[in-house]
Ligand binder design. Structure first.
Ligand code: SF4
Length: 512
């Protein structure tokens, strides 16, 4: 916790960021860490901080940060760790303010190699010492305690604000002096190292327009697969095993794990007699045969549009055709489809078509992965037609409606934005194709699993952002990205819908 007030103002530098810090030693640490910020001392304690806030509210700076040291309230914080406040509460746990850009700032600090996390900061009227007093604040949900943030943030700041505190002391060890005790020194070092990131955060603040692509997020196959796992847990009881990620999204997987799903790579990890759900991407017939042999109860969440591709492969094979699958090696859907017929080939580029070794060039058929880009796929199919003039394929194409619609929608927003953010996990084929589609439409585009993955450098100077999400991404994660952007300044959200979807699939019979 802080020591005595330091009434003399610290030397200030001008810049985009106004940093308010209580003590001279803290001001020195922050001010020496970076240029481009103006550091002002408020003095320690709420009364001095409130008076300083009133004096300093008109100072220049497009963003304001309250920085300094703090006391930890929880055992997993250590001296030198940084807490970026997502909420500031008073002594009684009453909310003073939410700080929506905390996620972005904390992840930027971690990328800079610092130990940083978001958390609630309790801002008290008097010095907090001893374990019982800290435990009482921890019981309010606070991670750290200071004495100035609430007083400063009660003032109406007409700009984005943040609170970053470096831990100087811990529940078991009160701090005596900031500059001589190891905890204080670690905290001051962390503040100094954080300063360039605070400047980068301030540089990324500005009013923004966010244009949402419609449709985005869950398709009918993903909704069905997730509901299948939820219902299977309800019907058969936890644990319910799921072979592979039910859909390629880390947040969906974590959420279902919390409800009792156990995700496995292979069937051999599933105990005999247990219940297993097959993922939306489908499985090879050999996996079904293994499950039957081991009396494993199967609930098949394979998307009906993937199952349609499997049926096409089997029919082509029955008619004596060698089947070429256009898709990406290693993808779960491709693995499942490749098991449907004995003589199958996999290609993903026109060059790979030239290297194909087929038995009878007059009897070749093709199918495709459901989540490819139509442009990329048509160049491969054209190469196949050139090499195999009698090539046959699916009547209506295999790229699914959801993939087509989301790619059309992202192209429509990319045309009017400087940067497109695609919310999705790195193993989602659908998400990767959306990034490619946005880039091919002329926009910069980045894939983010969640707001923690946003890089402040992408956002600096960018006022028009397009936003979409892969078919496997929950809309709640998209909402979190918008919230995080709101922490960087006012955000005006609009939506451009290019297709309306009303597709739904019935659930597997086992969970209806
Ligand atoms: S992206 Fe297409 S194929 Fe994949 S689950 Fe959704 S609807 Fe089915």
């Amino acid at each position: 916790m802080q020591g005595r007030a330091e009434p003399r103002p610290a030397p200030a530098t001008s810049g985009a960021l106004l940093a308010l810090v209580p003590l001279r030693v803290e001001a020195r640490a922050v001010g020496r860490g970076a240029s481009g910020l103006r550091v002002e001392r408020t003095g320690a304690g709420p009364a001095r901080a409130a008076a300083a806030a009133a004096r300093m509210a008109s100072l220049p700076g497009k963003a304001m940060v309250v920085a300094g040291v703090a006391g930890a309230l929880v055992n997993d914080l250590h001296p030198g760790d940084l807490v970026v406040a997502d909420r500031v509460v008073d002594d009684h746990g009453q909310l003073v303010t939410d700080l929506p850009s905390a996620t972005l700032l904390a992840s930027a600090l971690r990328r800079a190699g610092l130990q940083a996390r978001t958390g609630t900061i309790a801002s008290t009227d008097s010095l907090v010492r001893g374990r019982p007093a800290r435990d009482a604040l921890a019981a309010l949900g606070a991670a750290a305690v200071d004495m100035e943030s609430a007083a400063i943030l009660r003032h109406p700041w007409e700009r984005p604000v943040a609170v970053v505190r470096a831990i100087a002391d811990t529940p078991g060890r009160d701090l005596i002096s900031l500059s001589t005790v190891s905890g204080g020194i670690a905290a001051l070092r962390a503040l100094r190292a954080a300063a360039p990131v605070l400047v980068a955060w301030a540089a990324a603040t500005e009013p923004r327009r966010v244009l949402m692509a419609g449709p985005r997020s869950f398709c009918a196959g993903v909704s069905r697969a997730i509901e299948t796992v939820e219902r299977a847990i309800g019907r058969y009881g936890a644990p319910v095993y799921v072979r592979r990620q039910i859909v390629h999204n880390s947040h969906v997987v974590t959420e279902l794990e919390g409800r009792g799903a156990v995700f496995v790579q292979e069937l051999e990890e599933v105990p005999d007699g247990a219940t297993v759900v097959f993922s939306a991407h489908g499985v090879a017939p050999s996996v079904r045969a293994d499950a039957a042999a081991r009396r494993i109860t199967v609930v098949d969440a394979t998307c009906p549009l993937v199952a349609k591709v499997h049926t096409e492969i089997r029919r082509f094979n029955e008619r004596g055709y060698e089947v070429v699958l256009v898709g990406h090696a290693g993808h779960d859907e491709v693995e499942g489809s490749m098991g449907e017929a004995p003589a199958m080939h996999l290609v993903s580029t026109p060059e790979q078509v030239d290297a194909l070794e087929t038995v009878d060039g007059a009897r070749v058929a093709y199918v495709t992965q459901t989540t490819l880009s139509p442009d990329e796929t048509s160049s491969v199919v054209e190469a196949l037609r050139r090499r195999y003039p009698t090539l046959i394929g699916p009547h209506a194409g295999d790229i699914c409606y959801a993939t087509h619609n989301r790619q059309d929608a992202v192209r429509a927003v990319a045309a009017d934005t400087d940067l497109v953010l695609v919310v999705g996990s790195s193993n989602s084929s659908n998400a990767a194709r959306l990034v490619e589609a946005a880039r091919s439409a002329g926009a910069a585009a980045e894939l983010v699993d969640d707001p923690e993955a946003l890089d402040l450098a992408w956002l600096t100077g960018v006022g028009n952002i397009g936003l979409t999400a892969a078919a496997s991404t929950p809309e709640s994660v998209v909402a979190r990205v918008v919230d995080a952007l709101r922490g960087l300044g006012p955000v005006k959200v609009s939506e451009r819908t290019v297709h309306t979807e009303n597709v739904s699939f019935s659930l597997p019979p086992e969970v209806r």
